[in-house]
Design a protein. Structure first.
Lengths: 348, 258
């Protein structure tokens, strides 16, 4: 006897998630070397909203808030939303809950681009070189994988997965190679390795303004493609006869996921498990329909990364733990717990 | 209103999967596609559904080549129920059936009352209304088959193509599914079913198309196509056809390999 699908009302889930996002955002903005209580944070933010912040002659707490904390939390939220939605899209496209934004090689492509930016001295010359080369790396990697797996206008999803694995191996070897060349320039090598572990220190409004439009565009496109992804669940032929242009849908989903994960790596470094874990967990709550999944996953991803960043900078304060380490340490056990739960459910 | 293949063929990498096939799927008829493994039944269904474009000849809907029929228009006219009924994620039964409305809805449109009615009716007809809220990944093979048939009904397509719907079903469920297909045909749908079971074909189909190695060997009314001679020839077995009790049913007896 199979059970009915138990799902809480979707609106309630969204309200809980949004409330949690606002609360953790306020806490994350308040916590740091200079601690600001949550109510004071709300007061200062309202003040900054009503009287545009000039940066000079301002309350020092307001300066800390607007110059350091707010952009950092915003970048964390954007990255979290981007990675989680890209993960949901990849899991939908590959019909596999174990897929993540890394599987098609865009994240490693972005990482190689970033490492090159450091090695060539570009990252140190202007703040935009790093994200620009990251995005270029992600796009190039996707283009190569896509071209290799597309014959006569048809892309094989199974081939895509295999080509992604090979691409990941190639690109991470190249990345390690570039790092090893830098080893004599100790500071550069250290900077690169640190960057690869993911982290949000010194993120400014420049990063926010750079990531925000791309992430917003990506989330809007992912929402628009949500129903298309649902149709993949019973196979490509079935999707085609239900009226979906399967190949075009694949191209669009890949492009959107690449923009989202490329942007995330460009401004935050490599963060594991967000794109795998968040969609997986939310699917258990709101069900697999991407129309419901995408918005919920975007909010939950933002919560997860803002929370992880909060942990990263408070646990060993004043030392910051690398964010990628935190997402891995928080993410992997949670994922194992989910697997255990899943096993009990299916009785495997 | 008819769906047809006219001398249609498909070659992939120099090998012909189907060659020069001519078949017509008409309202009120249940056409059984019969033939050994690899004879091109599934391929022919895919050509008729417009999933694959023929490399020779044509597949047409009311005379228009499928390639020139807009995808969404085609989806509202022809529905394919695939052989593989695997469902990857835990959609509810109702959500799977609702996917049948895809070609009726704009990208950001929600289901309207008319869509809800079509979904409810499709579920009622396929007798799955009682399991509407269940997890579609936890259903039995027979239930999943009915869910996908319901989804094809929700498209309101007049042409239904089913690829081996009885492959994973026990005898009782197989009888159910084919009786249901026949009822749909009697009510005016045009139905084509790829079938391995010759008895079910003989019992429920109005017409049959016998395939061997990608070519149509015979087609027409089922009792004139599925003859001991033709079936024996195509499958390489010795066959006799008899009418045992209950009356009005004929059965195909396969004795031995030739």
């Amino acid at each position: 006897m199979t059970r009915a699908v138990p799902r809480p009302p979707y609106a309630a889930v969204l309200i809980v998630l949004l409330t949690a996002l606002v609360l953790i955002g306020i806490v994350a903005i308040g916590v740091g070397t200079v601690s600001i209580p949550p109510l004071r944070v709300v007061g200062l933010l309202t003040e900054a909203f009503h009287a545009p912040w000039s940066g000079r002659d301002a309350d020092p707490e307001l300066v800390i808030l607007m110059a350091i904390r707010v952009p950092r939390v915003l970048v964390a939220g954007l990255i979290g939303a981007a990675l989680a939605v890209a993960g949901a899209q990849m899991q939908g496209l590959f019909q596999n809950p174990m897929a993540s934004p890394d599987v098609i090689g865009t994240s490693t492509g972005a990482a190689l681009g970033a490492v090159l930016a450091f090695a060539l001295g570009l990252a140190q010359s202007h703040v935009l070189w790093l994200p620009a080369l990251s995005c270029l790396g992600a796009a190039t990697s996707l283009a190569v994988v896509y071209a290799l797996t597309t014959r006569r206008g048809r892309t094989s999803v199974a081939m895509l997965l295999l080509a992604g694995v090979a691409m990941n191996a190639l690109l991470s070897s190249l990345t390690t190679f570039v790092i090893s060349l830098q080893w004599v320039r100790y500071e550069v090598a250290q900077e690169v390795v640190f960057w690869l572990m993911g982290g949000l220190e010194d993120r400014t409004w420049t990063h926010v303004w750079m990531a925000a439009p791309l992430v917003a565009l990506g989330l809007a496109a992912a929402t628009a493609l949500a129903r298309d992804l649902d149709l993949f669940t019973t196979g490509e032929d079935a999707a085609a006869t239900l009226g979906l242009d399967v190949e075009r849908a694949k191209r669009r989903v890949l492009a959107v996921a690449a923009v989202l994960s490329g942007t995330a790596v460009a401004v935050g470094g490599v963060l594991g498990f967000v794109g795998l874990l968040v969609p997986h967990a939310l699917r258990l709550i709101v069900g697999p329909s991407h129309r419901r999944l995408v918005p919920a996953v975007a909010i939950a991803g933002a919560i997860f990364v803002i929370g992880a960043d909060l942990v990263a900078r408070t646990v060993l304060a004043p030392v910051e733990i690398r964010l990628g380490i935190i997402t891995g340490i928080c993410g992997a056990p949670f994922f194992l717990w989910l697997l255990g739960r899943y096993r009990r459910e299916v009785g495997a | 209103m008819s769906l047809a293949a006219a001398g249609a063929g498909l070659s992939i990498a120099g090998r012909w999967l189907v060659r020069g096939a001519s078949v017509t799927i008409e309202p009120g008829r249940l056409v059984a596609l019969v033939g050994p493994n690899g004879s091109g039944k599934s391929t022919l269904l895919r050509l008729l559904a417009g999933v694959w474009a023929p490399t020779e000849g044509n597949a047409t809907l009311d005379g228009a080549p499928l390639a020139r029929v807009p995808r969404r228009t085609l989806a509202r006219a022809v529905a394919l129920v695939p052989q593989d009924t695997h469902i990857a994620f835990a959609f509810s039964v109702r959500e799977v059936v609702a996917m049948g409305r895809h070609a009726h809805l704009g990208r950001f449109e929600r289901e309207r009352p008319a869509d809800q009615t079509a979904i409810d009716e499709a579920m009622a007809r396929a007798d799955i209304a009682a399991i509407a809220d269940r997890d579609a990944t936890e259903l039995s093979g027979g239930e999943r088959q009915r869910v996908l048939i319901a989804r094809s009904l929700a498209t309101e397509a007049r042409h239904l193509l089913l690829d081996e719907p009885t492959a994973s079903l026990d005898v009782a469920h197989a009888l159910d599914v084919l009786a249901f297909c026949r009822r749909l045909a009697d009510e005016g749908h045009a139905v084509a079913v790829a079938l391995h079971d010759l008895n079910l074909a003989r019992r429920f189909a109005t017409d049959a198309v016998l395939l061997r190695e990608g070519t149509v060997v015979a087609s027409g009314p089922v009792d004139r196509v599925l003859t001991p001679g033709a079936v024996g020839e195509v499958f390489g077995v010795t066959v006799s056809i008899a009418t045992p009790p209950p009356p009005d049913t004929s059965s195909v007896y396969v004795f031995s390999k030739r």
